[in-house]
Write a protein that binds this ligand. Structure first.
Ligand SMILES: Cc1cc2nc3c(=O)[nH]c(=O)nc-3n(C[C@H](O)[C@H](O)[C@H](O)COP(=O)(O)OP(=O)(O)OC[C@H]3O[C@@H](n4cnc5c(N)ncnc54)[C@H](O)[C@@H]3O)c2cc1C
Length: 416
């Protein structure tokens, strides 16, 4: 049994804490924010996505980013800045965005998402831990025949990988999803995908951790570390030093800032996204969906309906850009014609910073630089979906076991 200090109480930190505590480790979680702050792990679209086996760094994304850079309402935007970290990240992204990279990553992402889906099922079965898990699949809704054709090709790739996917015409889509009127060219249906309420999931993890006796220290900012030779001895914080046998950095988009004095090379950019949750939507779909061209996720959560999207690479900046929020609102009626921009009046936009590595894969595992430091960060658009399996694998690593899924591609030292 070890003393494990986890830095960051997002979905990755709490999942790691949960699985480590279940294995009998003494766990402490630090976060610089107050408890249950509305960070990236709370207002997201709540989708569990075996369908997402293609990382963000994929062929076509660089061209799309460059094209959309000039449209202030576009769903993917890189703010041009003379900043070495951004330039170097951009070059690494461009180098990674190849068919070979996607082919290498896809089986691993598939396995991780499916294993995580199993963890969500187990977690949902715990007494009093209802977080609204719905196992009815996801629809990729396509507005244009061109996109529909591309998504149909993606469905064939999915099936070849063992991820079930059905190509549906508009009539078949409407039969599957009668709750909302759609104006689309067609859809791809991924029956294994799921959705849940992330706020309730996070609250449930916290309750489980309380039961397991984990300690929390809120409003505690990590400012540096102490070490002896190649072992960390403590984390320096705004509330004094915390010592432990093992340290796990789960700081989301801020991980490189926390890691600064550890001399780790952890390329990461924050990808800001927004969500808007209609408390009483005029129509309520039963399935979650992605409005494909608009890159917008739509998730029913109880009686509410959440729309989440945009990827704005603009630094560690949490200011809300109203033009991009308008971009989301304008996209909705293109697919769901009964919705109007007035439906969103008075709905406060939520924002979160996704932690984006340049190759679209998380950093997961031990770093060679310190014998007792692990990283679990950089899950970009998949952090909720991959949260539980990340926690489970990290708990295995912390227990000095071979991880049950090979995580070599996720080596946190891969950029040296
Ligand atoms: C609009 C939107 C929709 C999304 N939809 C989905 C989805 O449907 N499915 C999916 O899988 N993913 C989705 N995501 C992505 C997902 O939300 C993220 O990948 C995930 O929340 C990242 O979790 P994390 O724990 O790594 O980071 P965070 O949740 O950001 O947690 C990191 C924590 O570290 C703390 N911290 C940072 N620095 C310090 C410090 N110095 N000292 C102490 N604490 C520190 C922070 O306060 C924070 O609480 C979405 C994201 C957005 C923005």
């Amino acid at each position: 049994m070890k003393d494990v200090l986890i830095i960051g109480a997002g979905v990755i930190g709490l999942s790691t804490a949960y699985y480590a505590a279940r294995r009998g480790h003494r766990v402490t979680v630090l976060d610089r924010n107050p408890e249950q702050r509305d960070g990236c792990s709370f207002g997201n679209a709540g989708m569990i996505v075996p369908s997402h086996f293609v990382p963000l760094a994929a062929p076509g994304m660089v061209a799309l980013g460059l094209k959309w850079m000039w449209n202030p309402e576009s769903p993917f935007y890189i703010k041009p800045r003379l900043n070495w970290d951004l330039l170097s990240w951009g070059i690494k992204f461009w180098q990674a965005a190849t068919p070979a990279h996607v082919a290498r990553c896809a089986p691993l992402l598939r396995d991780l998402h499916f294993a995580s889906r199993g963890c969500f099922e187990e977690l949902a079965d715990l007494p009093g831990n209802d977080f609204g898990l719905v196992k009815r699949g996801l629809l990729m809704l396509c507005k244009t025949p061109k996109t529909f054709h591309e998504e149909a090709k993606m469905a064939a790739r999915a099936r070849a990988l063992g991820v079930p996917a059905d190509v549906l015409d508009p009539k078949q889509t409407a039969a599957l999803e009668p709750g909302v009127r759609m104006d689309i060219a067609g859809a791809v249906y991924f029956p294994q995908d799921c959705h849940l309420s992330p706020n309730r999931f996070m609250a449930g993890l916290k309750r489980q951790l309380d039961k397991l006796g984990a300690s929390f220290s809120w409003e505690t900012e990590v400012t540096g570390f102490t070490h002896r030779a190649s072992r960390l001895t403590g984390a320096r914080t705004s509330r004094g030093e915390f010592t432990a046998d093992e340290f796990v950095l789960c700081g989301g988009a801020w991980s490189p800032v926390v890691a600064r004095d550890l001399r780790l090379n952890l390329p990461m950019q924050a990808g800001q996204g927004y969500s808007l949750t209609l408390p009483k939507p005029r129509q309520l779909p039963a399935l979650c969906s992605i409005l494909t061209e608009a890159r917008l996720a739509v998730t029913p959560m109880g009686g509410q309906l959440r729309f989440g999207g945009t990827m704005e690479i603009a630094g560690l900046n949490e200011a809300i850009n109203p033009v991009r929020v308008q971009g989301i609102i304008k996209s909705v009626p293109k697919y769901f014609p009964d919705f109007t921009p007035q439906d969103f009046e008075g709905v406060p936009p939520w924002r979160g910073l996704r932690p984006c590595s340049p190759d679209g894969l998380p950093y997961m595992g031990r770093t060679a630089r310190y014998a007792n430091l692990c990283l679990a960060a950089g899950h970009a658009m998949m952090g909720l979906s991959l949260g539980p399996i990340t926690g489970k694998l990290m708990a295995e690593i912390l227990s000095d076991e071979k991880p049950s899924i090979g995580v070599e591609l996720l080596n946190p030292d891969r950029y040296g």
